[in-house]
Design a protein. Structure first.
Ligand code: UDP
Ligand code: MG
Length: 235
């Protein structure tokens, strides 16, 4: 990742078998980004998809020069995919969002405006979250525990509609932990963090890529990355 950014904004989208969602996502993303008076790129990171996502993205890349594709050799997980996107990004601000339209692209301008106030990181919190109660309750606990671990209190650590200043992204890349939970790592590094309400929609098409086991794994990684307590308990 070069030190001197050549664009205003990079938008990074991790993609794992999202062929049904990509055309609508790109249509809405383009509409939103074209209205901003900013230079930008849209980086899609294919995280080992086995459906038609890669072909679709390759076709889009040929048609629209602002679209870039980073293709991972296999499935590494959402956060590792975003890290790969970070390493190829050229924007002064870097925005992440999910591919399934649960994070409406129309909310991106809110993040950009908030960031212009001088924040290092701007996170969205899902005011009316369109997920099952079985996802919402654990998230509430994770947000409280993570707030303590990284010493930055947020209502929502799970929302991936977020914006980061380039300096923070560079710092995250240097920390080398591509398995780390990005919102927590960013807040651990950042000097100033804002959290703003954003809309949340039900998944447009397809199913969540997280089984209960994968969710547990992700959250366990999060806990062990920022605290010695688990290993102390084992000791
Ligand atoms: N994703 C990914 N790699 C994975 C799992 C998910 O790149 O191993 C992407 C996925 O395609 C989507 C985002 O991460 O863009 C969030 O995944 P999902 O919507 O399944 O998570 P949920 O909303 O259920 O938390
Ligand atoms: Mg989702």
């Amino acid at each position: 990742m070069p030190d001197n950014p050549s664009l205003d904004i990079s938008v990074i989208v991790p993609v794992f078998n999202e062929e049904e969602n990509l055309p609508e996502l790109l249509r809405r993303l383009n509409l939103v980004m074209e209205k901003q008076d900013k230079t930008y790129e849209l980086i899609f990171v294919d995280d080992g998809s086995s459906d038609g996502s890669v072909k679709l993205l390759k076709d889009l890349m040929l048609k629209i020069p602002r679209v870039k594709l980073v293709k991972l050799s296999r499935n590494f997980g959402q956060h590792a995919a975003i890290f790969a996107g970070f390493s190829q990004s050229q924007g002064e601000a870097v925005i992440t969002l999910d591919a399934d339209l649960q994070n409406p692209p129309e909310e991106i301008p809110k993040l950009i405006h908030k960031m212009a106030e001088g924040y290092d990181v701007v996170g969205g919190y899902r005011e009316y979250r369109q997920d099952s109660i079985l996802r919402k309750i654990p998230s509430w606990f994770v947000a409280r525990i993570t707030s303590r671990l990284v010493k930055v209190k947020l209502k929502d650590y799970g929302c991936m509609l977020r914006a980061y200043k380039r300096a923070i992204v560079l710092e995250m890349l240097e920390s080398g932990g591509s398995q780390t939970y990005i919102p927590a790592l960013a807040n651990y590094i950042a000097g100033s963090v804002a959290e703003i309400p954003v809309k949340h929609e039900a998944r447009h098409k397809g199913e969540s890529k997280y089984s209960l086991l994968r969710l547990l794994h992700l959250n366990f990684d999060l806990m062990t990355s920022f605290s010695l307590l688990p290993i102390q308990l084992v000791g």
